[in-house]
Design a protein around this ligand. Structure first.
Ligand SMILES: Nc1ncnc2c1ncn2[C@@H]1O[C@H](COP(=O)(O)OP(=O)(O)O)[C@@H](O)[C@H]1O
Ligand SMILES: [Mg+2]
Length: 422
C-alpha cells in the first residue's frame, strides 16, 4: 500500500469513528430524555392518568403517529387495550384478544421487542384492528413491559408516514422506557388496591359503629331508663308501702346486672374493631388506657422499636394472650404495676411480647401438675394461640417475686406483607 493509500484508509477510519461517536452521543442524549420522562412518571400513583401519560410520552419521544398500551389481564390470560393514542383508534379501548394473537401477542408471549417495517405484509397483524385506525399504518415497534420479571403488557408505537422506519436505537429506547414505566404501573396498581382495602375497612368500621350505637340504644340505654323509673317508684314505695320496696329493689338489681353484662359484652366486641382497622399497637393503647381508667390498674405499655403491621391472625392471637395474662395478673397477683412490653428484634427476626407483674407470684410447676383438675383454660389457651403463630410461650413465676409471661414469635412470616390474606 502506498503512503497515500494508507492515509486514505486512516482518514476513512477516523470518519467512521467520528460517525460512531456522534451516534453514541445522540443515543446518550435521547436515553437521558427517556430516563427523565420515565422518572417523572414514577410519582403518578393514579393508574388511569399514568397509563395515558406513559403512552403520550412514548408516542412523542418516538415521533410516532399513533400508539397503544395493551395490558395483560392475568385472570383471563388476555391482552386488553388500555389506552390508544392518535389515528382515531380510541374506540379500541377495552377490546380484548388472546395473549398469543397478533403482533402484540407475539411480543407478550416471547417477551421480546419487535420491529415490523410493513405491517400489511406481516401475517401476525390483526386486520380488524388495523381497520379501526383512520389512516394507513406502515411500520410499528412493539416492546414488552416487564417489571420484576413479570409481564405487565406491551407498548406499541405506529407510523403512518411512508418510508419512516423504526431502528435499533428506537427499540433500545422504547424497551428501556417500557421497563421503567412498568414499575410505575405496578406501584400504581398496588396503591389502588391499598386504597380499596382502606375504603373497605372504613366501611366495615362505620357499619360496626352504627350497629354498636343501635345495640347500645336498644339494650343498656333502655335498661338504665327502666332502672331510673323503678328507683323513682321505689322511693315512693319506701314512703307509702315500704313492705313492697325490697321486691322492687331486687327487681332493679336483676335489671342492673343484665345491663352490666350487656355492656361488658359490648366492650369485648369493641376489641376486634380497632384491632382489625388500626392494628395491634393502637388496640393495646386503647386497651391499657381503659384498664387504667376502669380498673384503676397501673399498667404501662412500652414499644421498644418499630415493626411492620402483623397479619390479622397474629394480631388477634397476641392480643388474646395479653388479655388473658393481664386478667390473671388482675385477678391473682395483687400487683402494684403491670408492664406490657413489645420488643422487636429485626436482626434476630423475632418479636417478644412480655407481660410482667410485680405481684405475689405462684408456683408454676405445682399449678401445671394439677392443671387437669382445675377446670380452667387460661394457660392452655395462651399456649395454643402462641403455637398457632409458630411462637414460643413461656411463663416465669416465683412466690413473692411476681410473674413474667413471655411470647416470642418469628417476625417475617407473621407480617401483614407476608400474609396471604391480602
Ligand atoms: N400473674 C399471676 N399471678 C399470680 N398467679 C397467677 C398469675 N397468673 C396465673 N396465676 C395462677 O395460675 C392459675 C392458672 O391460671 P389460668 O390458667 O389462667 O386459669 P384461671 O385464670 O382460670 O384460674 C391461676 O388460677 C392462678 O393461681
Ligand atoms: Mg386466667
Amino acid at each position: 500500500m502506498t503512503e497515500l493509500q494508507e492515509l486514505a484508509a486512516l482518514s476513512e477510519k477516523i470518519n467512521n469513528l467520528e460517525a460512531n461517536f456522534e451516534e453514541a452521543q445522540h443515543r446518550i442524549a435521547v436515553l437521558h430524555v427517556v430516563h427523565e420522562v420515565a422518572g417523572s412518571l414514577a410519582s403518578e400513583l393514579n393508574l388511569d392518568p399514568l397509563l395515558h401519560k406513559i403512552l403520550a410520552a412514548a408516542v412523542e419521544v418516538m415521533h410516532a403517529s399513533a400508539g397503544s398500551l395493551i395490558l395483560l389481564d392475568e385472570l383471563t390470560d388476555e391482552m386488553v387495550f388500555a389506552v390508544i393514542e392518535g389515528g382515531g383508534g380510541e374506540n379500541l379501548k377495552g377490546v380484548r384478544f388472546a395473549r398469543d394473537k397478533g403482533i402484540a401477542g407475539w411480543v407478550a408471549t416471547h417477551r421480546k421487542p419487535l420491529i415490523v417495517d410493513d405491517v400489511n405484509k406481516d401475517n401476525r397483524y390483526y386486520q380488524s384492528i388495523a381497520d379501526t385506525f383512520n389512516f394507513k399504518l406502515t411500520s410499528l415497534l412493539c416492546v414488552p413491559m416487564i417489571s420484576r420479571n413479570k409481564l405487565i403488557g406491551v407498548l406499541q408505537v405506529l407510523q403512518s408516514k411512508p418510508d419512516h422506519y423504526f431502528g435499533d436505537l428506537d427499540q433500545t429506547l422504547l424497551t428501556t422506557f417500557a421497563n421503567q414505566t412498568a414499575i410505575a404501573i405496578e406501584n400504581a396498581r398496588l396503591y389502588e388496591s391499598l386504597k380499596e382495602e382502606r375504603d373497605r375497612l372504613v366501611v366495615v368500621e362505620d357499619e360496626i359503629r352504627k350497629r354498636l350505637a343501635r345495640d347500645l340504644h336498644d339494650g343498656p340505654t333502655q335498661l338504665l331508663a327502666s332502672i331510673i323509673m323503678s328507683l323513682t317508684f321505689t322511693k315512693e314505695l319506701i314512703k307509702h308501702a315500704p313492705e313492697h320496696a325490697l321486691a322492687e329493689i331486687d327487681l332493679n338489681l336483676g335489671v342492673s346486672e343484665k345491663a352490666l353484662k350487656q355492656l361488658r359484652t359490648f366492650l369485648f366486641d369493641l376489641r376486634p374493631v380497632i384491632l382489625e382497622t388500626q392494628g395491634l399497637i393502637p388496640a393495646l393503647e386503647v386497651y391499657t388506657e381503659r384498664l387504667a381508667e376502669t380498673d384503676n390498674l397501673n399498667i404501662i405499655l412500652t414499644t421498644e422499636g418499630e415493626f411492620e403491621r402483623l397479619s390479622p391472625r397474629a394480631e388477634v392471637a397476641i392480643f388474646a394472650v395479653i388479655q388473658e395474662a393481664v386478667n390473671n395478673a388482675k385477678k391473682y397477683a395483687q400487683a402494684s404495676r403491670i408492664d406490657l412490653i413489645l420488643r422487636p428484634d429485626i436482626s434476630q427476626n423475632t418479636l417478644t411480647v412480655l407481660i410482667k407483674d410485680d405481684g405475689k407470684g405462684f408456683d408454676v410447676h405445682a399449678m401445671k401438675t394439677g392443671y387437669d383438675q382445675r377446670g380452667s383454660l387460661g394457660m392452655i389457651n395462651m399456649q395454643e394461640r402462641t403455637s398457632a403463630i409458630n411462637g414460643v410461650f413461656t411463663i416465669h413465676s416465683e412466690v413473692g417475686h411476681g410473674t413474667e409471661v413471655i411470647l416470642s414469635l418469628p417476625l417475617d412470616e407473621n407480617l401483614l406483607s407476608h400474609s396471604k390474606d391480602i
